[in-house]
Write a protein that binds this ligand. Structure first.
Ligand code: FAD
Length: 468
């Protein structure tokens, strides 16, 4: 492996290859993840172009070295850990916007572009990419995890924004999945194959993405509810009645309490009750009409304290609690504990039931546990704080998380609404899809990467190990 890295260094130069312990650590271990392994990559390589990625892959292929694509490292299921060591291919220096085509409403970027930077760059043209995972995330990682976020209710997930991809395969060959029209029925939909493939099929080096028009008017509202079931029922009501919300998020009473403990986001003290956060966007009349309809749904389901913001400042203040949720939780985390954050998604009609059952079960752990959800999509996250050095505690949380997965599957849901499978949810994937479907995935993988070198050990079981 080191020989391969040295060969890459010889061609790309010293500044493009790192053997630094700290770099290896940040590229092989994640504080956000509960699924780390003890191994680390032997080197981190930082290419600048598709050609350089291709050259790296050819060398790794020649030496049978595992390749682990790396974006910003914000994924949470051990997606970029290196269980067989190998070389981490960090695409963060591939950060060029190649072409913005305002009239076609699309943009071609290198895979290392960060989505926040991209949106700041194209804002002046009235356009934006409506995905919002971690603010650090990069386009390649976002495509590889089929990410989403609070905007998914209105705009869908990453897969809906991919027009075409340039991908370097395990042997270093380069393919382009499509050309640039909005629709095509020419051949297999390879965009969908690589979107969500978590770096196991190839390295995405460039992408053409659709863009959305920035709406002219916005508003934000919040409402408190006596129970999570009421809040979830109000959310379902709004969706079922076709209120075109831009976002619909839920935080439970524990999460709201944390916000207050952390100083009360947006300069206010919040009701410590299950709370819905709503975003509206569109024309002025449309936004007003949607607010009226949303308020009626809130009232029908015992909601109260319906607050609406119209100025930019007030919107920021009302949305602040949702925005700061994770950081508030990190701030109160007792020393030595970790957060086990997991997500599932279910058909909307099952949302209230699964949140209630999951809260009840995690409540029995006697540990801090809270719920936060992109409930408009039937997707919610549960976070439990535990001490990783107490094996019984860790086992109890693992058991609780596993039960939540099983519960979601019983409701025809999925074990991962937006975080992917990585290492953390491999066992659950077979339960979700069945062995025949997994075998089709394995066959696809084998045909593109016969030596099993691309991000090995992920998504599927550990039967297959890299030739090295
Ligand atoms: C604070 C915080 C908030 C978050 N909120 C959300 C959210 O709301 N919604 C959501 O969906 N996720 C969320 N996430 C998870 C995370 O941000 C997403 O999974 C994101 O898409 C990962 O992007 P990344 O660039 O960090 O990828 P990485 O973590 O670096 O990599 C993720 C996976 O993609 C692969 N990969 C990376 N780059 C490439 C490439 N160029 N080609 C092929 N494979 C590649 C890696 O091998 C790995 O398997 C959040 C995470 C944090 C820490």
């Amino acid at each position: 492996m080191c020989e391969a890295a040295k060969k890459i260094e010889k061609i790309l130069g010293e500044e493009s290859v790192s053997f630094d312990e700290e770099d290896l650590e940040t590229h092989g271990f994640s504080e956000w993840s509960t699924s780390n392994t003890a191994q680390r990559p032997v080197a981190v390589v930082s290419p600048r172009s598709t050609e350089e990625v291709s050259m790296i892959a050819k060398i790794c292929h020649e030496y049978n070295v595992p390749m682990i694509p790396f974006g910003a490292g914000s994924s949470v299921e051990g997606n970029f850990t290196a269980p067989f060591s190998g070389i981490s291919i960090d695409i963060s220096r591939m950060d060029q916007v190649i072409a913005l085509r305002e009239n076609d409403m699309d943009v071609t970027v290198q895979a290392g572009v960060n989505w926040v930077t991209l949106n700041e760059t194209i804002e002046q043209h009235g356009l934006f990419l409506p995905l919002d995972p971690s603010p650090t995330a990069r386009i390649g990682g976002m495509i590889a995890t089929n990410c989403s976020g609070t905007n998914a209710l209105r705009y869908g997930t990453m897969k809906d924004w991919v027009v075409n991809l340039t991908v370097v395969l395990a042997d270093g060959s380069v393919i382009k999945t499509r050309r640039r029209p909005r629709k095509t029925s020419a051949g297999y939909n390879l965009n969908s194959l690589f979107t969500g493939s978590e770096g196991t099929l190839g390295i995405i080096t460039e992408a053409t993405l659709k863009l959305a028009t920035i709406p002219t008017h916005f508003s934000v509202a919040t409402a408190a509810f006596p129970t999570v079931r009421d809040a979830a029922a109000a959310a379902s009501n709004m969706i079922r009645n076709g209120i075109p919300l831009a976002a619909l998020e839920l935080m439970d009473e524990v999460q709201m309490k944390v916000i207050n403990q952390n100083g009360g986001a947006g300069g206010r003290t919040w009701e410590e009750a299950p709370t819905l956060f709503l975003k509206f966007s569109g024309t002025s009349d449309g936004v007003q009409d949607n607010i009226t309809r949303a308020q009626a749904a809130v009232n029908t389901h015992r909601g109260s304290k319906f607050q609406v913001a119209t100025t930019k400042e007030a919107m920021k203040s009302l949305w602040a609690a949702r925005k700061e949720a994770l950081w508030a939780m990190l701030a109160i985390r007792p020393e030595g504990t970790q957060i086990w954050s997991t997500d599932v998604a279910v058909p909307l009609s099952h949302l209230a039931e699964i949140i209630e059952l999951s809260k009840k079960e995690s409540g029995r752990l006697g540990l801090f546990s809270s719920v936060l959800g992109h409930v408009g999509d039937g997707n919610f996250h549960q976070a439990v704080m535990y001490n990783p050095n107490i094996p019984e505690e860790k086992d109890a949380v693992a058991h609780c998380v596993d039960d939540m997965m099983v519960r979601a599957l019983k409701m025809d849901g999925t074990v991962s609404g937006e975080h992917g499978i990585g290492l953390g949810k491999k066992a659950c994937l077979e339960k979700e899809l069945g062995v025949n479907t997994i075998n089709v995935m394995r066959a696809l993988k084998r045909s593109l990467d016969p030596r099993w070198l691309m991000n090995p050990g992920k998504i599927f079981d550990e039967e297959e190990t890299p030739a090295a």
